[in-house]
Design a protein around this ligand. Sequence first.
Ligand SMILES: NC(=O)c1ccc[n+]([C@@H]2O[C@H](COP(=O)([O-])OP(=O)(O)OC[C@H]3O[C@@H](n4cnc5c(N)ncnc54)[C@H](O)[C@@H]3O)[C@@H](O)[C@H]2O)c1
Length: 386
Amino acid sequence: MTQLRIGMIGYKFMGKAHSNAYRSLPMFFPKALQPQMSVICGRNAEALANAANQLGWSESVTDWKELIARDDIDLIDINAPSNAHKEIALAAVKAGKHIFCEKPLALTLADSREMLQAAEDAGVAHMVGFNYRFSPAVRLAKKLVESGRLGKIYHFRAWFLQDWILDPEFPLVWRLQKEVAGSGSHGDLGAHLIDLAHFLVGDMKEVIGMSETFIKERPLAAEMTGLSAKGSKDGPRGEVTVDDATLFLARFATGAMGSFEATRFAAGHRSTNSFEINGSLGSVKFDFERMNELEVYLTSDEEDVQGFRRVLATDPVHEYAEAWWPPGHTIGFEHTFIHEMLELSTAIAEGRQPEPNFHDGVKCQAVLEAVERSVDERRWVSLAEM
Ligand SMILES: NC(=O)c1ccc[n+]([C@@H]2O[C@H](COP(=O)([O-])OP(=O)(O)OC[C@H]3O[C@@H](n4cnc5c(N)ncnc54)[C@H](O)[C@@H]3O)[C@@H](O)[C@H]2O)c1
């Protein structure tokens, strides 16, 4: 295989991020198996044709089944809302296509397990879109944990705060409908934190959570894309069926303690995605708004200069940084997707599973659902129950 022929479904927020990644890969990672932007799929023919042109796809089709039936496509990339993931993924792997699916993998744990099983049975490569793993500063945090430089890990503390639905008149977009999104801030934002926790600290043993929907009804949305929408204040309204905020505590298998907060009601926080890890020999702090940096504290420093130091993860010693600019020249959100697609194409070329893959998607879904059960039943829920 010399090229990976991509068929991509969905062309708005994530569709654009993925298209940019496929376009940039050859320029910055020329040795990788190169993606060919073959066919893009969406439902509205006119908007789709414009998107194909703007994003750089060779062809477009309005029916994803037609896309999957083609024998000149190697990989299906799913960027549709979460309720569409399962049906498309099952059909794609049955047709022998490799698969990339945005997070959360599915609406339920049972569905995500079915997707994993089908992909494994088909023997295809499967990947899930936890892109924050691909920030060089997160890779540095991982290196410090794995090498033992932070010692025994006691705490993982994470929060993902947004405020885009603070206005009670903001329309009822698909992200606020359980049958489309699965859950609200929990599955959208919390899912990323859970994956980072799994990546950096390991499996969780038990969880207990609390959840709230502050605004119970909103105007129906006339138009929507990503995190923006239009609707009329005086028009019909509908019920919000997901959480606006979900918080939970976790105990990790290692004995470490975790706390997680995901909300869309943190005024002033556009997209604050942060974590801290505290170990017996030091700590790290990460804030995605300053994604090029990791704050590091090591107890081994001389006592009179102990303190958090700001490490800029842009030097070639940091994973992925070498391909970019000279040290100190920073990268952004879009680069996480380029690194993600690099991992995907490299794994396919090497005949191994990319990471994170559907196993990670299922593990995340198990925690999401355990927290929901804990909220419903007002008790600690063991992951062994799931
Ligand atoms: N990794 C991340 O950081 C991240 C960020 C945002 C969204 N997401 C995930 O990506 C997915 C898409 O989110 P988004 O923000 O890009 O949504 P969006 O609303 O911006 O775009 C959704 C796209 O899917 C298309 N679509 C919907 N149903 C379809 C169907 N049946 N057939 C073909 N196309 C269909 C729409 O036309 C649109 O192009 C969701 O699962 C979401 O959770 C991940």
